[in-house]
Each structure stands twice: as structure tokens, then as C-alpha cells.
Design a protein around this ligand. Structure first.
Ligand code: T1G
Length: 700
């Protein structure tokens, strides 16, 4: 049989087994093999009934996302699903694992569907900026009605067997050897003969058109103006399942699917999906990770407590060390609060909380860390303090234990230099709040051993985080690009834009909040400390905007101080614009002899994204990041870059590198002392002259 499918005939039952590891993704070869398999079993007079099953850990999880950028090749997935539905012999689908997307559409082509407990069913296409494009928007509402169909397809959320049985998506919940049960059912059908099959109405969802229309209208009313294009198309297609004959509905769905497939939003969302998984492909992946079961955390502040909660959730034993009892108690209280919130929200049972808590120890003595496999240091962002902690840890930890620092931009080579074991030192840069943020920057110092990197990536997987490999530089990947973004914004603010206009422009681009509201939230003193640290080495000829320093000098440290770029009366969550800040900015311009100019929102967005992409190009040239898509993953998961834009490097590719490089050159020429921010490096010319995009550097 063609690759990816085998047929096993037992008596009157033919079982077609899909076997395309790791997740039975449906690419062209598999589509062809399935059509050939159904042609074969239909032509075989000995076969009276068919079972469609899947080998491995899951039923097909969907169409092969990697094929979407390629020209479509027959047979298309809708044709495969129709082939199954048109099979003259009853088809029983034996489902298990994640029955998603095109995989669920395959299952909907069958006459009967059975699955064991634990099987999940969903249409995640909306998260890729798409809609089910192989009959899902037509067959599902016909089977289960518009309400449950719209809930599934608009949310992209999976449902379990109980809900699937309740809405009629599956016909029975079976035991674990679901293929055997399916063969028995098919054998019954083969023996009973066509007329005896239990009545199975694949159109029962259309029986109540009034309810159907009400569900469509309600869903359409909930759509929001700024939403991406896919949700509205989903509602239109589900409505078409009621209003149009099946073939016309399929054509209507296909047209919508092709529109969305060609959209920049979907290209960005598919890019993000694959980029997150590509990040795990690091040169050190072949090294053997060390066993980690007991982790020490030094520092029980916001980050240390958050990291501890994350480690406990992953089933690890943790010893938290703080300098004194008060600090330790505060850290433990923070962890208890996180537990309480999880229990209150039903994410954690009280018993599970108790079990997690039983794996936690607290101490004020570093000696308590002697037995641990790995220590994560999360003390204050001061190089000397960290070096002192590492020197002491070096004398306490057993040979082979790993020392990790959570620093967000300090030089890890210098921190490692405080120990006798630099090859066991690495950066694990978590993002606040650590239990929630999925990003982990794994910062590899000059002498870090390969198996330490492999251990860090293995730990990230166990924590449910996406690890991205970074080299040592000031700010690694994310904070370095954030600095470029903020600098571009500061230049615009000094040139004539207000911080409030800049924030609004970047929110309109898709950021959850603008750069100034974000600084108020995290506290202006953090970046102020960094600017002061770098002041001695700053090139005086370079443009430098001191507005942020002036705000800090005036005690305006952000939301925690009740005022920063915005005012927060009585600790209000959302800031109010403050004329005092505008006056302070005007004074700053006056001192520098700058006549403010009108700045458009389009220019704000263009400059900020260009600055991020240009810093990303520099990071690539310096080898700090392995590939452009790693930079995108960092900005998407750690810094709120809108997912439907794909990240700064994807956005640059979408914009066009020649146009963007010329734009950067224009900014550099116009910006005089600020040219240093904009100057495009050699990588731009290299890619442009070869007609390549940043994506060509991602490998695959
Ligand atoms: N296509 C290609 N490769 C895929 C894939 C897919 N759909 N899904 C997973 N992989 C790869 C993934 O890149 C990784 O590869 C490996 O499988 C393990 O994945 C026409 C248009 C099912 C929840 O969106 O959500 O059908 O990095 O690490 O954590 O209507 O995979 O090892 O080389 O994620 O156990 C709709 C996407 C597609 C499901 C399992 N389906 N997949 O998670 O494993 S569009 C989806 C997932 C479609 C039709 C429409 C997850 C998972 P590598 P993993 P996991």
C-alpha cells in the first residue's frame, strides 16, 4: 500500500490503518493513500464493512501545516472526506488521542464514530487564522446543530468524549482497544446487511431551523469589529450549511478557506505555530540531559516564588532559600497565594495542592542546597551580588549540579567566572509571572557544556515552556529588542508624538498595551537602573532621550508610585493622561532645541517595527539567536508582539526586505545622532541581493 496507510482484511471487514508518525498529520501522500485504500476496499467483493483507524499516539491531528505554503495537489482533503462519505460500505471510525482539524473532518466522513475515554475532539483552525476547509463547517452543523458546531469552531477549543457523545459527534464511548471494538461493530453491520444498520441521521442538526438560525445570529452578534477575518467566515459557512445544498455549501466553505489561507494573518499564525516547535532544534539537542528531580531556588521574591510555583506544578521537589526568615516567609506566602488562586479557579484540587506543597522545603541556609541537581538563582539584578551568590553556591553544591541564573541581561560569562565550574553554568531567563509566561530564554555562556543546554531544554519541556536558545549579550534576545523598540518610541516622543499617541498606535497594531503603559506597569526604575549602569560607557555623540530619567528623578516610577507616564489616582488600574508629563516632555525638547513635528500613527508603527526587525538582524549577525523565527518566538511569547503579525522578523518579510532596508536608511539619514539605531547591517544586503527573506534562514 501507498506510504502512510495499510489495509488489514479479516473476513468481511477491511481495516484501513493510518500510520504517519508522529501525529498522523494529513499531507498529500496520505491523502492519496487514503483514496486508493477506499477504492480498493470498495472494489473488493469480500469486504462488507470498513474500519478506519490510526496507529500511534493519536488519530490525525489535522492537515499538514507545513504544506499550506505550497501549491495544492490533488486529491485535496475535502475530496478525501467525500470519498469516505460516499463509500457504499459502512465505515466505522475508531478514534483516539487528538481528533483535530482535518482529522476530525476525516472522521465526519465516516458513518459511525467511536472513541475511548480521554479522546479529544476539536477544530483549532481559527488559531491558525483559518476555518475547517474539508467539510467541517458543513458536516458538523448538519450533524450536531449550529450551536454546538459554532461553539467548537469559533473557540478552537477541544471537547472530551462526554460532550462529544452528548451532542452526537460520536456514537459510542469504547474501551481502550477501540480498533477491536470498531471491527466488532463493523462485523455486525456486515452480517446484518444494509437495511439493518441503526438509523443514522447525519442531517439531524438541520431538523430545527429556527434554533439553527438563532444560534447563527447570536454568534454573528458576538463578533467584534477588530477581530481577525476567520470568525466571521466561520459563521457565514455554518449558516450556509442550512441555506445551501451540500455541494454548494462545500464550495462556499472552500472559497472562504482559500481566502483565509492567502491572508497575512494566517501566514503569521502558521509561522508562529511552527516557529515555537522549531526553537527546540538546537545544536546541543543530541547531548544527554542530566537527571533533574530536586531543584534549589535562591531568592523568594516575585520571580523566585513564581519559578518555584512553576517547578512544583511540573512535579519537581524544590528547596527555596532566602537570606532571612522574613524574606523566606514572604516567598512561601506568595507561593501559597498562587496555590490558592489555582484552587479557587478549579485548576488545582486541594489534594493536588497539598501534594505540591509537600515537595517544597524552605531554608535560610545555602547548605540546604547541597543535595540538589540544579539551582536557579533569582536574587537582585546586580552583578556583584550574583557573583557572590555563585561563589558560595560553588562551595556548597555537589559535583555535577547545575548553576542557573535568572538574570534578564547581565553577563553570564562573568557570573560563571565566579565559580570553579563554568561549564555547569547557564542562564534560565524566566518571564513574570513565571507560572503563566510560556517563554524561557536559555542563555548559553562561552563555557556552558552541551549537556547543560540539553538539560535546560528538557526542563523547559517538563515545565510546559517554550525554550529559546540565546547567546550572551546585554539583554540577550527579548530585552535587547525591547530596548530598540523603546528607543524608537522615545525618539518619536522627543520629535513630537505624545506617549499616549504612541501607546494608542501600538495597541492598534495589536500589542496588548503600548510601550509607555507597559513601562509604568513593570516600573520605570528597572530600565532607569540599566541606563545608569551603561551611562559611563555611552557614546556622547549618540542621540539619547532623557525624558524617562527625568520622570524617575521626579519620583514618577510608574503604577506602583501612583504615577509614571500616566496618572493612577487611588491606585487605579488604567492610567490617565497627565498634562504634567506633556509639559516635562516639552521642556526636554526645548532644552535640546527640538521643534516638535506632527507624527502619524502609521509612522509610529512603521518605525517601531523597523527598529525591532533591525535589532533582530543584528542579533542574528552576532550569532546571539540561532534563527529569525526564534526571535519571533521570544517577542510573541514574552513581549506581547501580536501573534497575527508573527513577530518582527515575520513582519519584516511580509513588508519586504528591500522596502524596509530603504526605510531604515531613510531614518538613519534623517536622524543624525540617532542614526545608530537605524543603520541596517550587512545581513539585509545579503538577503536582498539573493532575493531571500529572513524565513530562508530558519531551516526546517
Ligand atoms: N501539521 C504538521 N506537523 C504537525 C502538526 C500539523 N498539523 N501538528 C503537529 N505537528 C508536528 C509538530 O510540529 C511536531 O513536530 C510534532 O508534530 C509533535 O507536535 C484542512 C486546515 C496535536 C496538540 O492545528 O496542536 O487541519 O517539531 O510538539 O505537544 O480543515 O501538535 O517534532 O518535528 O505539538 O503532543 C489543524 C496542531 C491543522 C493541530 C499535539 N490542526 N497540532 O501536541 O506535540 S489545519 C492543528 C497541535 C487543518 C483542515 C485544516 C499539537 C497537538 P516536530 P507537538 P504535542
Amino acid at each position: 500500500m501507498t506510504e502512510g496507510v495499510r489495509i488489514e482484511v479479516t473476513g468481511p471487514v477491511a481495516e484501513i490503518v493510518i500510520d504517519n508518525p508522529p501525529v498522523n498529520a494529513i499531507g498529500r501522500k496520505l491523502r492519496l493513500a487514503l483514496v486508493e485504500a477506499f477504492d480498493a476496499v470498495e472494489a473488493d467483493p469480500a469486504v462488507q464493512a470498513v474500519v478506519l483507524s490510526a496507529a500511534g499516539r493519536t488519530w490525525p491531528v489535522g492537515a499538514d501545516i507545513r504544506e499550506f505554503g505550497l501549491p495544492p495537489e490533488a486529491p485535496l482533503l475535502p475530496d478525501v472526506c467525500n470519498r469516505i462519505a460516499d463509500c457504499e460500505k459502512p465505515v466505522v471510525a475508531a478514534l483516539h488521542g487528538n481528533v483535530l482539524g482535518g482529522g476530525l473532518e476525516l472522521a465526519l466522513g465516516a458513518r459511525y464514530r467511536i472513541a475511548p475515554e480521554g479522546t479529544r475532539f476539536g477544530f483549532p483552525e481559527v488559531a491558525l487564522g483559518l476555518i475547517p476547509g474539508a467539510g467541517g463547517t458543513q458536516r458538523l452543523p448538519r450533524l450536531v446543530g449550529a450551536g454546538p458546531a459554532l461553539d467548537m469552531i469559533l473557540s478552537g477549543a477541544a471537547i472530551g468524549t462526554e460532550r462529544a457523545l452528548e451532542i452526537g459527534l460520536i456514537d459510542a464511548v469504547g474501551e481502550n482497544d477501540i480498533a477491536a471494538e470498531a471491527r466488532a461493530l463493523a462485523s455486525e453491520f456486515a452480517t446484518l446487511g444494509q437495511e439493518a444498520y441503526p438509523a443514522h441521521d447525519a442531517e439531524r442538526g438541520l431538523k430545527d431551523p429556527v434554533t439553527f438560525v438563532e444560534a447563527v445570529d447570536a454568534a454573528r452578534a458576538r463578533l467584534r469589529a477588530e477581530q481577525l477575518p476567520a470568525p466571521a467566515r466561520i459563521v457565514d459557512c455554518v449558516e450556509a450549511a442550512l441555506l445551501l445544498p451540500f455541494e454548494s455549501g462545500m464550495a462556499f466553505e472552500r472559497a472562504a478557506f482559500e481566502d483565509l489561507l492567502a491572508s497575512p494573518e494566517s501566514a503569521a499564525l502558521r509561522h508562529a505555530f511552527l516557529a515555537e516547535r522549531r526553537a527546540a532544534r538546537v545544536p546541543e539537542a543530541s547531548a544527554t540531559p542530566r537527571d533533574i528531580s530536586h531543584v534549589g531556588v535562591v531568592g523568594g521574591g516575585m520571580m523566585g516564588a513564581g519559578i518555584t510555583s512553576s517547578l512544583l506544578s511540573a512535579g519537581l521537589r524544590v528547596t527555596l532559600v532566602e537570606r532571612d526568615v522574613d524574606a523566606l516567609s514572604a516567598g512561601l506566602a506568595q507561593i501559597a497565594k498562587t496555590h490558592e488562586r489555582a484552587v479557587a479557579k478549579g485548576r488545582l484540587t486541594p489534594a493536588a495542592r497539598g501534594e505540591e506543597w509537600s515537595r517544597l522545603r524552605g531554608s535560610t541556609d545555602l547548605q540546604a542546597l547541597a543535595p540538589v541537581d540544579l539551582v536557579i538563582e533569582a536574587v537582585t539584578e546586580d552583578e556583584e551580588v550574583k557573583r557572590e551568590v555563585f561563589a558560595r553556591l560553588d562551595g556548597v553544591l555537589r559535583p555535577g549540579a547545575i548553576l542557573a541564573t535568572n538574570t534578564s541581561y547581565l553577563d553570564i560569562n562573568r557570573i560563571a567566572g565566579a565559580t570553579q565550574r563554568p561549564e555547569d553554568v547557564i542562564g534560565l531567563h524566566f518571564f513574570a509571572p513565571a507560572p503563566v509566561m510560556r517563554l524561557l530564554e536559555v542563555v548559553v555562556a562561552e563555557r556552558t557544556a552541551p549537556e547543560i543546554v540539553a538539560t535546560a531544554f528538557d526542563l523547559a519541556r517538563r515545565l510546559g515552556k517554550v525554550a529559546v536558545r540565546a547567546g550572551v549579550c546585554d539583554g540577550f534576545i527579548g530585552n535587547r529588542i525591547l530596548t530598540a523598540y523603546r528607543t524608537a518610541a522615545d525618539f518619536l516622543m522627543e520629535d513630537g508624538a505624545s506617549p499616549y499617541q504612541i501607546d494608542a498606535a501600538m495597541k492598534a497594531y495589536g500589542f496588548p498595551m503600548g510601550p509607555y503603559a507597559a513601562q509604568d506597569l513593570s516600573g520605570l526604575d528597572i530600565s532607569w537602573a540599566r541606563r545608569k549602569r551603561l551611562a559611563a560607557t555611552r557614546d556622547p555623540a549618540r542621540r539619547y532621550v532623557a525624558i524617562g530619567d527625568h520622570l524617575c528623578e521626579a519620583g514618577r516610577l510608574g503604577r506602583k508610585a501612583g504615577r509614571g507616564y500616566y496618572l493612577y489616582p487611588e491606585g487605579a488600574r488604567d492610567g490617565q493622561e497627565d498634562p504634567e508629563v506633556l509639559a516635562l516632555i516639552s521642556r526636554g525638547r526645548l532644552e535640546k532645541g527640538i521643534t516638535p513635528r506632527r507624527v502619524s500613527s502609521e509612522e509610529i508603527r512603521a518605525r517601531c517595527v523597523a527598529a525591532m526587525a533591525n535589532e533582530g538582524a543584528r542579533i542574528l549577525e552576532e550569532g546571539v539567536a540561532l534563527r529569525p523565527s526564534d526571535i519571533d518566538v521570544v517577542m510573541l511569547l514574552g513581549f506581547g508582539f501580536p501573534r497575527h503579525r508573527g513577530g518582527p522578523m515575520q513582519a519584516a518579510d511580509q513588508r519586504g526586505l528591500l522596502a524596509l532596508r530603504n526605510e531604515l536608511r531613510g531614518y538613519a539619514a534623517a536622524d543624525g545622532p540617532g542614526a545608530w539605531l537605524w543603520q541596517p547591517g550587512a545581513l539585509w544586503d545579503e538577503l536582498i541581493k539573493n532575493g531571500k527573506k529572513f524565513a530562508s534562514l530558519n531551516g526546517d
